[in-house]
Ligand binder design. Structure first.
Ligand code: DLL
Length: 432
């Protein structure tokens, strides 16, 4: 089933027409209501009438997280506060939170795009959807919640944490769809084993997993352990929250709701748009939002766009699974390392668990990379000689694939902290 066939299966010309009209209108609105952005446009020598179609998009200045922080909390809103019916915020690791505001129309748009994504994932109104993303300032819980209600499926608004209760309710309420971060999905699988509950005791068929990067190998692991189809959903609070894009049942890239959020891929160094299909930083212009519309917002997420028609029949452009963020990329003695590459290597080995932590330090002038990784129960009880061989194997695999040397420390199962939300994979102690 397709929720909004006219849009989701539009021709490229039809989509371009919709995007152009909405872009022109949004530029006018932002120019007249947001002094900070008007200044940027004036500096670039632009007036709103210079933007005549989608082809002019790349003339516009970028917006960044720093802009939002600078105008904290509400300085980038384009409507009076009396029109704002909800705010959300993302905490981030440093600095002030990024605050976003929604008008009633924005909340309707959000519910619509989340409903589309759930339908893409194969969810229908007879499903029971357990929302284990956090409810609160984070957009995950409430975002998926209203999309599910809009679809007409049953929502269990349990929020994150309370893992044993999550599993008990899955069993008692006949949950068919679980929505949470992929790292929490793995934790659920782990606790299920402790409770003596197997996936066959549950009715799970689909997982709606996102909010953090996860590898293809992690997908296999989760699908194997929970016996469901693991679907990748993407979004960010600045753009709207979850529902910016999502995989369909083909699991071959995430369809972007591009009638609302126009994507571009740029080179993060030169800031120039890249040719179709190239890997770079994803940038979004929101063209229907009222509360806080953003033009050319730099996500820092690295991916590429796929314009071919998908086997599901949708023509909405797809983005590949995120490779990581330009600001998550570690540079270890000059070598670029993404935590997701290490995750993939670990998951290819049968002896390790997908729970790991990378610790970066600087000793003298040299970067050091330490990897703590959990070893499966049966291997941990093995003799020291075997463990040393395993340690060498992991070190060798990482060295040969990524070209960095790493100090591997094997740790007992369940010693790396589990979180109900986004997993923390990296501790960078360097003062750069
Ligand atoms: O994480 C919104 C969300 C909630 C998406 C629930 C999906 C499910 P923020 O807290 O603002 O919003 O964080 C946004 O998280 O720029 C990416 O770096 C990362 N991210 C989100 N989804 C994915 C994904 C929510 N599927 C930031 N794959 C984004 C990789 C993701 N990274």
């Amino acid at each position: 089933m397709i929720w909004n066939e006219t849009i989701e299966c539009a021709t490229r010309d039809e989509m371009k027409g919709i995007q152009s009209a909405r872009l022109i209108e949004t530029v006018q609105r932002i120019y007249h209501n947001v002094p900070g952005y008007r200044n940027k446009m004036q500096k670039a020598g632009l007036v709103p009438t210079d933007i005549k179609s989608l082809d002019d998009l790349s003339k516009l200045p970028f917006t960044t997280k720093e802009d939002l922080r600078e105008h904290y909390p509400f300085g980038m809103f384009t409507v009076p506060m009396s029109e704002i019916v909800r705010v959300h915020a993302s905490s981030g690791t440093t600095g002030r939170p990024t605050v976003v505001g929604y008008t009633r129309k924005d909340l309707n748009t959000w519910a619509e795009v989340v409903t589309r994504t759930l339908v893409m994932a194969g969810v229908h109104r007879h499903d029971v959807v357990q929302v284990a993303y956090g409810y609160g300032l984070f957009t995950g819980g409430l975002g998926i919640h209203y999309g599910t209600e809009n679809l007409g499926a049953t929502v269990i608004p349990i929020s994150g944490g309370n893992t044993q209760k999550q599993i008990q309710l899955m069993q008692d309420f006949g949950t068919t769809v679980i929505a949470c971060t992929p790292s929490y999905a793995l934790h659920l699988a782990e606790v299920m084993v402790d409770m003596g509950i197997s996936p066959e005791d549950l009715q799970l068929k689909t997982g709606i997993f996102g909010a953090e990067p996860w590898s293809e190998n992690m997908r296999k692991e989760i699908e194997g352990k929970l016996k469901l189809r693991a679907i990748d959903i993407y979004g960010l609070s600045e753009v709207i929250g979850p529902g910016v894009s999502c995989e369909c049942e083909c699991q071959a890239g995430m369809h972007i709701n591009e009638d609302h959020f126009i994507p571009e891929i740029i080179d993060p160094e030169t800031l120039q748009p890249l040719a179709r299909g190239e890997l770079g930083e994803l940038v979004f212009s929101t063209v229907t939002k009222e509360g806080i519309p953003l033009l050319r917002y730099r996500t820092r997420d690295l991916t590429r766009l796929i314009y071919d028609k998908c086997d599901c029949g949708r023509t909405l452009v797809r983005m590949e699974k995120c490779r990581g963020r330009s600001d998550d990329m570690l540079i270890i003695r000059g070598v670029n390392v993404f935590p997701s590459q290490i995750e993939s290597i670990l998951l290819e080995m049968s002896e390790t668990e997908p729970h790991y932590l990378l610790i970066v330090d600087r000793e003298g002038n040299l970067d050091t990379l330490r990897l703590l990784v959990e070893v499966q129960e049966q291997f941990f009880s093995d003799e020291i000689k075997m463990l040393e061989a395993l340690r060498k194997k992991i070190t060798g695999n990482i060295q040969s694939t990524l070209g960095v040397s790493v100090d591997v420390r094997l740790v007992e199962p369940r010693t790396i902290e589990r979180t109900a939300g986004k997993a923390k994979r990296v501790i960078d102690n360097r003062k750069l």
